[in-house]
Every structure is written in structure tokens, then in C-alpha cells.
Design a binder for this molecule. Structure first.
Ligand code: SF4
Length: 334
């Protein structure tokens, strides 16, 4: 949909979900790339999308970042940044062997899951990871305990699991899952393996939980919900599912250009939210595009305040120091 759309719609209210958009892990990962571009010798490479959003990737590419899929595309000795989703130890080892200058932008909440995997593997557990195959985070986490880790995406897959010792099983979860679906999967695991151990609750991160809580509140009061996020963004897809699960028609869009008028036909209240990798300017553009079709009130339903902020990796500060540079302050810091 473009701002020039002329078809009158009955739309009268936009409800923004809060919190929405960037989480602390995404904020940090983007800051890491921007700061590395300022203090490290060019070219600076980034392995995989730093976060799953092409607008973010394109903006960083325009500033000079070189995005690659694999380390084989990075010249020896060059600087490479690992994405927020984390990497398997095999990738880290290859980088070390090649003499690459590594900056790790893995979200600390993903690193926490890796450390849990390492600990359980060391203690002899078979680890069941609840998550989605092929997602970068899952590939990285599975790499921490090859041969000891099994993946399930849904509760009905639990019955098919074969483990060497049913009394020595642990579970972990991807950080960006549906809170409700994960609870069902954990219940199924507990029923099948009564002695299973795992984190106190699950590993779903605060940002995923908060955005799903906000969507539940908003979806209950709107006629249609738009989730701004990339097709390969796990947390954005989960927001669509959560909203659809409440019976609200819901659509995942990259940006305002993906909005279809037929989704809004006959609808008065539209909810808008954004996944954890989605920049706020895309929300602003969507709101402006919706406002362009009529007189629309905008208000926000905010379910929880977030004040999480992660520090920068030490290696970035070390690289700046050895280059005789000082890291510029991050936005939002005093
Ligand atoms: S969604 Fe959660 S785990 Fe992923 S980067 Fe953000 S805070 Fe970290």
C-alpha cells in the first residue's frame, strides 16, 4: 500500500503494541557492526545477516559492512563479526585457525543457552533442543554438543524421540519460540521423561515474551493485526501465530509496501507491532501509510517497560585500543 492510495476505508484506529521492535541483543549487534566500521581496518566482514532484517542489513552494507554466508568468503587475517544468532564452536575454531580477527555479536541470552548445552553434555545428558531446524540460532546451539543433541519443533514429535538413557535427559529451548507452544512441548517431554532436567522455566528471552504478551493484549481488541518483520525472523513469525491463535487475522509484512487493501476492507481497528529485529522507522512508515487513507487515531498499548541493555564484547574494545582509537559512545549512553 502506498501513501497515494485513494480508496476510502472505514479504518478509524491504529493500536500500537508495546514493547515492539528492537531488543537489547539486536541493538547491541547493530552497534557492534557500526562501531567496528569506525575502529577496525576495512574491510569489516559480517558472517550471516547480523539480525534477520534486510533493511538493517542494507543500511549496514551502505556504511561499508561486507556480508558473507561463510568464513570461506573472508580473507585470512581480516576482521569478521559473528551475528546475534550465535555460531557453533566449529565456526569459531575455523576462524581461529585462519587467523581472523573475530568480534562476537552473539546475544548474551543465546550464549547462555550455549553454556547450558555445554554443561549438560559434560554431565552426560542427552539434550533435547526445542526449536526450528535450519534457524541460525539452532544450528549454532546444536553445534555445542554434536551427537548428544536432538531437535524437536512440536509436542507431537516428542513421542518419536529415541534416547540412550531416558533417565539422563535435559532440555533447552530456542530463545524466540512461542511461549504457549513451548510450554506444551516441555509438558510432553516431562510426561515422556519424568526425570528430565532443564532451565528453571525455559530459555525464551525477555524480549520474545514481552512482545508476545503485548500482541495478545492488542490482538484481543483489534480487527486485524500487522506484524512488521522479515519472513526468516523467528520471533516475528511467532507474533503472527500468537495473534492468529486468538482468532485475529494477522499478516507478516516487511514494510508498508506489503500492506494489501483487502486485508483492511471493512476493518475499523488495526493493530501494529514489530519483531525484535525491526527498526522503528518501518513502524512509523506503516502508521503513516494507514493514516493516509483516512482519519485514524493512533494509540499505544504498553504492557511492560524494558530497560535491558547489554555491554559490548571485550574484543571490540581491545581492537579499538590496539588501533589507538577510542570507541565512540553508544546511542542512549551518557
Ligand atoms: S530476541 Fe532475545 S535472544 Fe534474540 S537477540 Fe533479542 S534479546 Fe537476544
Amino acid at each position: 500500500m502506498t501513501a497515494s492510495t485513494k480508496t476510502p476505508l472505514p479504518l478509524s484506529e491504529i493500536v500500537l503494541a508495546g514493547p515492539r521492535g528492537f531488543c537489547a541483543g539486536v541493538d547491541r549487534a547493530i552497534d557492534i557492526v557500526e562501531l567496528a566500521l569506525q575502529v577496525c581496518p576495512a574491510p569489516v566482514y559480517v558472517r550471516k545477516e547480523i539480525v534477520h532484517n534486510r533493511h538493517v542489513v542494507e543500511a549496514l552494507r551502505a556504511k561499508g559492512a561486507h556480508f558473507v554466508d561463510e568464513l570461506s568468503e573472508v580473507p585470512d587475517q581480516a576482521t569478521v563479526i559473528f551475528s546475534a544468532h550465535g555460531i557453533s564452536p566449529a565456526v569459531r575454531q575455523e576462524a581461529q585457525r585462519r587467523g581472523l580477527q573475530v568480534i562476537d555479536a552473539t546475544c548474551p541470552l543465546v550464549t547462555k543457552v550455549h553454556l547450558e548445552a555445554v554443561r549438560y553434555a559434560r554431565e552426560g545428558y542427552t539434550i533435547i533442543l526445542i526449536g526450528h531446524a535450519d534457524h541460525d540460532e539452532v544450528v549454532g546451539t546444536m553445534g555445542e554438543a554434536p551427537g548428544r543433541m536432538l531437535l524437536v519443533a512440536r509436542p507431537d514429535e516428542v513421542a518419536r524421540l529415541e534416547v540412550p538413557d531416558p533417565d539422563k535427559v535435559a532440555y533447552l529451548t530456542q530463545t524466540t519460540l512461542s511461549v504457549d507452544d513451548t510450554r506444551e512441548a516441555i509438558d510432553a517431554l516431562r510426561a515422556r521423561f519424568p526425570k528430565i532436567v532443564g532451565p528453571a522455566k525455559d530459555d525464551i528471552c525477555y524480549a520474545t515474551q514481552n512482545r508476545q504478551a503485548a500482541v495478545k493484549t492488542v490482538a484481543a481488541g483489534v480487527d486485524v493485526l500487522l506484524v512488521i518483520g522479515a519472513a526468516n525472523s523467528s520471533n516475528a513469525n511467532r507474533l503472527v501465530e500468537v495473534s492468529k491463535g486468538m482468532g485475529t487475522p494477522s499478516y507478516l509484512i516487511n514494510d508498508r509496501l506489503d500492506i494489501r487493501e483487502e486485508w483492511l476492507a471493512g476493518k475499523r481497528r488495526v493493530g501494529v507491532t514489530a519483531g525484535a529485529s525491526t527498526p522503528e522507522f518501518l513502524v512509523t512508515e506503516v502508521v503513516e501509510a494507514l493514516q493516509a487513507v483516512g482519519s485514524v487515531d493512533v494509540h499505544e498499548v504498553h504492557v511492560v517497560e524494558e530497560d535491558v541493555r547489554f555491554g559490548l564484547p571485550r574484543e571490540l574494545e581491545d581492537m579499538a585500543r590496539s588501533a589507538g582509537k577510542i570507541l565512540p559512545p553508544r546511542a542512549g549512553t551518557q
